[in-house]
Design a protein around this ligand. Structure first.
Ligand code: GLP
Length: 243
């Protein structure tokens, strides 16, 4: 595991942006794994700015998003498809036919099977992750087996509260109770993984990831065994680390 410790959110976003931009420049037909949540927003702004100013092209890039809320259509303003369009895709020259976000409003088992087949045929070159305050990655909540593939999952109360604070205008009842998420095995199959964590509320999860043995009670902890894993943390997220 490579740890990059920076001062704040802006610096963390800058570092992650550089890694993703360089990936696309070096391999213009890269397959990128993308994430939602508040953490990647600034990095996505930087990618959009770089595309506009320097012309980095996404014409041949394919993307796979981690997860989607169950029951929300892609047109719903709180759906992750909508999030990706508004924060990234509409600013790039990416072909929307090359964009993949699991669909939360379909026959869920058929959708999980479809997504797993696509992932088996398209190895992700570079996967972006955020982390939940309870250590979840994607929507793989504590207790999810490490060998899980794309599946339907019930969200933890703490996750729904976290996500209501930042999205859904603070209304907990509006946050879906279930989601569809890439499994931990799918995430671990990416050639390279980058996780950004910022803020004190991520410090306990980051301490577990960096200092403890992998355990399913902290899903992100398995990443310490990935052969090419980079962790980007700011001072808040690093504040509970011993060294
Ligand atoms: C959601 C997403 C995760 C994300 C997490 C953290 O639950 N499914 O992929 O990492 O939120 O969100 P934030 O970046 O807003 O702290």
């Amino acid at each position: 595991m490579k740890v990059i410790k920076v001062k704040n959110y802006e610096e963390a976003s800058q570092k992650a942006f550089e890694i993703f931009r360089d990936q696309v420049k070096e391999k213009p037909d890269s397959i990128l794994g993308l994430a939602t949540g508040s953490t990647p927003i600034r990095m996505y702004e930087l990618l959009a700015e770089d595309h506009k100013v320097n012309g980095t092209s996404y014409k041949n890039v394919h993307t796979f998003n981690l997860d989607e809320y169950y029951g929300l259509a892609p047109t719903h303003p709180q759906s992750y498809y909508y999030f990706m369009t508004e924060h990234l895709f509409k600013f790039l020259d990416i072909d929307l036919n090359n964009v993949n976000v699991p669909k939360g409003n379909q026959d869920i088992q058929a959708e999980c099977d479809r997504y797993n087949t696509m992932l088996a045929e398209n190895q992700i070159d570079l996967q972006l992750l955020g982390i939940g305050s309870n250590g979840h990655i994607g929507f793989n909540e504590p207790g999810t087996p490490f060998d899980s593939v794309t599946h339907y999952i019930e969200l933890d109360e703490s996750t729904r509260k976290d996500n209501a604070r930042l999205f859904f205008d603070g209304v907990l009842e509006d946050v879906p109770t279930h989601a569809v998420t890439m499994g931990i095995k799918n995430i671990m199959e990416a050639k390279r993984v980058v996780l950004i964590a910022c803020g004190d509320n991520k410090a306990t999860a980051i301490k577990g990831l960096v200092e403890d043995e992998p355990t399913t009670s902290l899903p992100a902890s398995i990443l310490s065994t990935h052969p090419d894993f980079t962790l980007i943390i700011d001072e808040g997220a690093a504040s509970k680390l011993d060294k």
